[in-house]
Design a protein around this ligand. Structure first.
Ligand code: TYD
Length: 202
């Protein structure tokens, strides 16, 4: 069987992470070998870069280059080898997040992002992207309830997150066959049902 590359996306607080492991487990029960991973991160070097990215303030272009540096390593060490072995890769965030956060949230020129994307992974796109979407105030409330220390992105103001959400939704509109929007306000049970349907269709 051919490997599949599935990514999860959404604004902070959209609830995607709780579904990543569930989807992987569901597919394993069907006999698929699944690698679960995340960005930024996914390799030893990538996790170190993640630590810096989530805590240190830095120039926007530095932030963007580090996201892509971590991604390049992740593709080379983890994603491409697993797909080559015919395994599925389920990844919590990928390049759509860079367009949404560094492009939408922080305003980096989209052309620059496209050039970096081309450079870092010219021929690799997710087979499927599950975009968890919900109104910003609901997402903010969930984050507030989590009562933990917020990272550098979660600490951004509401208008930042509104722009992130908008870019995600625009990308979904422009890539309807790859990006499927999941209503993050639905019950866990209904979300799981939708995910099962979508996965069966691919
Ligand atoms: P996140 O998946 O939210 O981690 P957690 O669920 O543990 O909080 O990812 C961390 C943050 O990184 C998130 O706020 C979005 C940000 N991010 C970017 O800004 N650009 C990127 O390219 C990626 C992959 C993530």
């Amino acid at each position: 069987m051919k490997g599949k590359f599935i990514t999860f996306e959404g604004i902070d607080g959209a609830g995607k992470s709780s579904h990543v492991e569930w989807l992987a487990e569901t597919m394993r029960q069907r006999g698929v070998v699944v690698v679960v991973t995340r960005e930024p991160g996914g390799t030893e070097l990538g996790e170190k870069l993640r630590g810096l990215l989530l805590s240190e303030s830095m120039h926007l272009e530095t932030e963007t280059l580090l996201m892509f540096a971590a991604r390049r390593e992740h593709l080379a060490q983890v994603i491409e080898p697993a797909l080559k072995r015919g395994e599925w890769v389920v990844c919590d965030r990928f390049t759509d997040a860079t367009f949404a956060y560094q492009g939408g949230g922080r305003g980096l020129d989209r052309n620059k992002l496209q050039q970096l994307e081309h450079w870092a992974h010219e021929n690799r796109q997710p087979d499927l992207t599950l975009l968890f979407d919900l109104p910003l105030d609901v997402a903010r409330e969930r984050i507030a309830l989590a009562s933990r220390v917020l990272d550098r992105f979660e600490q951004e103001r509401a208008d930042f997150h509104e722009r992130v959400r908008q870019v995600y939704l625009d990308r979904a509109k422009n890539n309807p066959s790859r990006i499927r929007v999941i209503d993050g306000q639905e019950t866990i049970e209904n979300i799981r049902k939708s995910l099962e349907q979508i996965i069966s269709s691919i």
